[in-house]
Unconditional design. Structure first.
Lengths: 177, 622
């Protein structure tokens, strides 16, 4: 059982339920919460209290993870708004977006095969810039227009981009080993 | 279920009652025990004034067990029964141990963990480590004048679940209550950070006798947050000795040496390495069993040259840890050097080159881990003072996952996630009418199961027959603050639920541990039943005391009915506590825990809300 099952992560961390987020305030609240619930604060108490502390601290860490990562935060906001983003099944994307993705993917594949570390690093940088731009749209859709359908579409785009970033990371790691 | 005692930052708990707690650095080469006395962390010496206990254990034919310097000196005369660097075998199978061919032991490969045949029978590395821990516990109890409430034991940050579990088992076997397994670089960061009031992002480069860790930590306002960790659990000062040993064999044209000669030459290699820290060259003079003499000189440059690949090998984990933290080398404010092997000048040079700054060497690399562990032990034992309002947020070093089709790993918990953490994943059946499902839990970063460490296998049975893909099996991984994993699985889709809990134990089952405890010399006279009763009584007292304190402080959060109900459960537990039935007392504790469930949640909620609003609980109107 958690501290309060009905309390959402934004409330738990004392933050407004918005996509735009004060990262400093989030981190300060995380430290404050863990300062109270962390197992290290309860190590001298009974086994029950220790177990409970672990469960609470686990929930606080999970909340921090969800709120800190832009994509996870956006997905969570959609969930709170009751919007089914159908993230796993709905893969219908605009043709331009798919075209663009294919181009990125080919570039990564070429750089990987040619073992071009600097090219991969450059792609990674460019993709980061692109993701920042897309997240800008997402902030407007969620916070200003409350257009959750459009936001769900943007979230799916971001998932593609993150997947690609992971692939670049893995390619870089493989080249290093 | 439980009630949490809420302590305000800066509010100490019962200052008159100082609980005895220690920090133990269980090292590959040397081990230390430290405690906080009058607010200052100190390493406790033996009767001869030495703080470092060589991690060497000798089993004598007459049943005696020698630990420390005496055992270390006996290496050359009784190599087979004198175990050194046992940490390298913790939670490891025969195939995982490097340089095994150069070791004089009589190994027995057993599932999960290698064992050693000695004159006193087959010993597990857990038992050997327990002898070292027992000696340190006795030293601490003699020095502090009482029984310990618990200990913080340090482990390499890059230790996996098997190695951590083995360490905890060893402590249990040595009669120690483990307050926490603490990562060595984190312990060092605590000692360094608190002493120097450090703020900012630091790297801890920890090269011990047999393990290497690199942790990146952010220190801010009393919070020590580990951003990432990486390392090599089989790389340390021992490998530098081994390289020099091979060089000596090569130069002196000895092949292969006898067990005794090998030991002598290894000890000589270590001495020469240590000498080269302060001298430009070191003599290697050994008389072999045959009477033949080895007479060589090794220079600092030669030594640096022959071990440069080992130094380079430490830099790969450094790069990975930085990348995981999303940082460049020049964003690191300081590099803290830990472990005796960081005394080697060419190691310091390589680190300075990589980070573009001189590493911090103004602390004793041998003691800093034990001192940090002692500070943490002091706080965990409940001796928190005003200046101890700091918090550690550590991470899991290696990803955890499950085997899926084709021998691939599905990651469930990613590396460098902050602890404690829980993650769940859903699986389904792939055959019609399938009623059981097998799970294989692994740890590591590689894609193939065969390249990762196998932690546990278990089966979920009793799944109701359904068409393929209809069952929903939820597997939950929970990793606690010690970095130890518990896995459970449950079938969700039908009304029927089945669950199984797995606590991997790596070669030593709980029964085996219990048996070892029973047969241990220390506990031969112990009455197990009396001990169990005592434990439950202590637990009952703690729970009653905590509940009454909470009622006194926060009774306003309860209605009169709720409050009366809790009081009646306390009264019942008091009655049971006066009796001698330990099971009944346990049931009473459980009942009180359940009865205070809602109260605990309300108190924590209240505490958190006022904290986030910027008030202390005491300041709120009641």
């Amino acid at each position: 059982m958690s501290i309060d099952l009905t309390q959402d992560y934004f409330a738990l961390f004392g933050l407004p339920r918005r996509y735009a987020l004060d990262e400093g305030a989030l981190e300060a609240a995380w430290h404050e919460l863990q300062g109270r619930v962390h197992p290290d604060r309860h190590a001298h108490l009974s086994d029950f209290e220790k177990r409970r502390s672990m469960q609470w601290a686990t929930r606080v860490n999970e909340g921090f993870r969800v709120l800190r990562k832009p994509l996870a935060r956006a997905q969570y906001l959609l969930e709170l708004a009751g919007v089914d983003a159908a993230l796993e099944t709905n893969t219908a994307m605009s043709p331009e977006f798919l075209m663009e993705q294919m181009e990125w993917r080919e570039a990564v594949e070429e750089a990987r095969e040619a073992a071009e570390v600097s090219e991969l690093e450059d792609l990674h940088r460019r993709l980061l810039g692109h993701a920042r731009e897309v997240r800008g749209h997402l902030a407007a859709q969620l916070d200003e227009h409350q257009d959750y359908e459009a936001a769900a579409d943007t979230v799916r785009r971001l998932m593609f981009i993150e997947k690609l970033q992971q692939e670049i990371d893995e390619a870089l790691l493989a080249l290093e080993n | 279920m439980a009630l949490l005692q809420i302590t305000e930052p800066g509010m100490s708990t019962e200052p008159h009652q100082h609980r005895l707690a220690v920090g133990i650095d269980l090292g590959t080469t040397n081990s230390l025990v430290a405690t906080v006395r009058n607010g200052i962390a100190i390493c406790l010496p033996d009767e001869a004034g030495r703080t470092m206990l060589p991690s060497a254990v000798r089993y004598h034919a007459d049943g005696g067990i020698e630990v420390g310097l005496g055992a270390l000196k006996a290496q050359a005369v009784d190599p087979r029964n004198t175990i050194v660097s046992v940490k390298r075998f913790m939670g490891r199978g025969l195939k995982d141990v490097t340089h095994i061919e150069a070791m004089p032991y009589d190994f027995e490969d057993s599932p999960g963990m290698v064992r050693l045949r000695t004159v006193q029978g087959v010993k597990s590395p857990v038992e050997v480590s327990a002898e070292i821990l027992r000696r340190l516990r006795e030293r601490a109890e003699a020095s502090l004048g009482g029984a310990l409430v618990g200990a913080v034991i340090t482990v390499p940050a890059y230790f996996d679940d098997a190695q951590r579990q083995a360490t905890k088992d060893a402590a249990r076997l040595a009669g120690l209550d483990v307050l926490r397994l603490l990562n060595e670089p984190t312990a060092a960061a605590v000692a360094y950070g608190l002493d120097n009031a450090a703020e900012g992002v630091y790297a801890v480069y920890d090269l011990g006798g047999g393990t290497f860790d690199l942790s990146i930590l952010k220190l801010s306002r009393g919070v020590f947050e580990v951003l990432s960790t990486n390392g090599d659990a089989a790389l340390g000062g021992d490998d530098f000795d081994h390289r020099l040993f091979c060089w000596i064999l090569d130069r002196a044209k000895i092949s292969p040496p006898s067990l005794e000669d090998a030991r002598r030459l290894q000890m000589k290699a270590r001495e020469a390495k240590e000498l080269l820290t302060s001298c430009d060259e070191a003599p290697v003079h050994v008389r072999l069993a045959s009477g033949e003499e080895v007479d060589l000189v090794v220079t600092r440059e030669e030594f640096a040259e022959m071990t440069t690949h080992l130094v380079q090998k430490t830099l790969a984990p450094v790069r990975k840890a930085l990348r995981d933290a999303g940082l460049a080398p020049d964003e690191i404010k300081g590099v803290v050097m830990v472990g005796g092997a960081t005394r080697m000048p060419h190691v310091q040079r390589a680190v300075a080159n990589y980070f573009g700054q001189e590493p911090l060497t103004n602390l004793d690399p041998d003691k800093v881990v034990a001192l940090g562990a002692a500070m943490q032990a002091n706080v965990l034992a409940g001796n928190r003072a005003d200046q101890d309002d700091w918090l550690l947020l550590d991470v899991i070093p290696l990803s955890l996952g499950l085997e899926t089709m084709g021998g691939l790993v599905e990651k469930v918990v990613p590396r460098n996630a902050t602890l404690p953490i829980a993650r769940a994943q859903e699986f389904t059946t792939f055959k019609d009418g399938q009623t059981a499902m097998a799970f294989h839990v692994v740890q590591g970063e590689r894609e193939l199961v065969s390249d990762c460490r196998s932690l546990a296998r278990f089966e979920l049975r009793g799944i109701p027959p359904m068409v393929a893909g209809a069952a929903r099996i939820r597997v939950t991984f929970q990793v606690d603050a010690d970095g130890l994993l518990a896995v459970s699985a449950r079938e969700m889709s039908s009304g029927v639920e089945a669950s199984v809990l797995v606590k991997p134990s790596y070669g030593l089952s709980d029964d085996e541990i219990a048996e070892m405890l029973r047969s241990g010399v220390d506990h031969a006279g112990d009455d197990m039943a009396a001990r169990a009763l005592r434990e439950q009584q202590v637990e009952a007292d703690r729970v009653v005391e905590a509940t009454e304190q909470a009622l006194g402080h926060d009774g306003h959060l309860l209605s009169a009915v709720e409050s009366a109900e809790i009081r009646s459960v306390i009264a019942r537990l008091r009655e049971l506590r006066a009796g001698t039935d330990n099971r009944a007392i346990k049931a009473g504790i459980d009942a009180l825990a359940r009865a205070t469930d809602t109260f605990a949640a309300r108190r924590m909620d209240n505490s958190i809300r006022s904290a986030l609003a910027g008030h202390k609980v005491d300041e709120l109107p009641i």
